[in-house]
Design a protein around this ligand. Structure first.
Ligand code: G
Ligand code: G
Ligand code: NA
Ligand code: MN
Length: 253
């Protein structure tokens, strides 16, 4: 099993890397941005997924350092992509446990300024459940980031609780509909109705809508027909390393 000690060693020797999954326009399929997904390039176990180490970092008091490492990777990659002519938005997941840190917002802004990447190209994805944990602190941290130009996205929409209240309180600009409502929606009238209502509501609130987990052409057709703005999922591309993303982007040109 992996211990907190291994995690610390991994952080000290820069074993954490960012993978990137494209977010594309639902109609034109033009690439608008990428979601950053953390991976641990472990010397013995190979590439490890966040489900194996994010909870460990949260419980072991290392989530702030891990989040900094991921942001540093993400921002450097964003700056490189911009240099190559890909003006993409870079979305990073933010753990509820990270709201306790007032240093993180400063770190994010300072790091993007140092890399020459305008914070307006950054998006922070937070889950509904994350916001309920400590609502006042979450609002404080997210507002600081918003004031610096960072956009806020509500992730896995529809799976948490008190979602509508979070939409009222927090200055979101994007809403990501959970994969559970997207995959197979062509076969499932209930999922389709939930999708339709979520997209309609998001539009009234002036939020960009993203459908996650688009795996088939049928999934894509459903979300397109409902007017969803962006899509993300295996049909478009799986999460990949920066070098692979660059090749993928060049092929699309
Ligand atoms: O590909 P996937 O297995 O990458 O991601 C699994 C889960 O881990 C998702 O819920 C995703 O939001 C979360 N996750 C991925 N990267 C990060 C990260 O850098 N920080 C946090 N807090 N969560 C992440
Ligand atoms: O919680 P969050 O939405 O950040 O998590 C995204 C997770 O979903 C990651 O683990 C990512 O690898 C995974 N994912 C992304 N696209 C697809 C897809 O089309 N199908 C499936 N099954 N998983 C996906
Ligand atoms: Na996410
Ligand atoms: Mn999600």
């Amino acid at each position: 099993a992996i211990s907190v000690g291994d995690l610390l060693t991994g952080l000290e020797s820069n074993q954490f890397v960012a993978y990137f999954q494209p977010k594309v326009d639902a109609r034109s399929l033009e690439v608008i941005g990428v979601e950053v997904l953390a991976r641990w390039n472990h010397p013995q176990h190979g590439i490890l997924a966040p489900g194996l180490f994010v909870p460990l970092a949260e419980n072991g008091g290392l989530i702030e350092i891990l989040t900094m490492a991921i942001f540093k990777n993400a921002i450097d990659a964003g700056s490189e992509l911009h240099r190559l002519g890909h003006q993409l938005k870079i979305a990073v997941n933010y753990s509820a446990q990270s709201f306790g840190s007032l240093e993180l917002p400063e770190f994010i802004v300072a790091t993007s300024q140092a890399a020459g990447l305008d914070p307006r190209y950054l998006i922070i994805e937070v889950t509904e459940s994350g916001l309920v944990h400590d609502p006042t602190v979450a609002l404080d941290v997210l507002s600081r980031l918003r004031l610096k130009g960072v956009s806020l996205s509500i992730d896995d929409f529809g799976t948490g609780y008190s979602s509508m209240e979070q939409l009222r309180r927090i200055p979101f600009s994007e809403l990501k509909i959970d994969q559970g409502f997207v995959r197979g929606a062509d076969q499932d009238a209930t999922a389709r109705s939930i999708l339709e209502s979520s997209i309609a509501m998001a539009k009234k609130l002036n939020l960009t809508t993203v459908a996650e987990g688009v795996e088939t052409q049928e999934d894509l057709e459903v979300v397109r027909s409902l007017g969803c703005d962006l899509v993300q999922g295996y049909l478009i591309a799986k999460p990949m390393a920066l070098a692979d993303l660059i090749v993928w982007l060049q092929r699309k040109r």
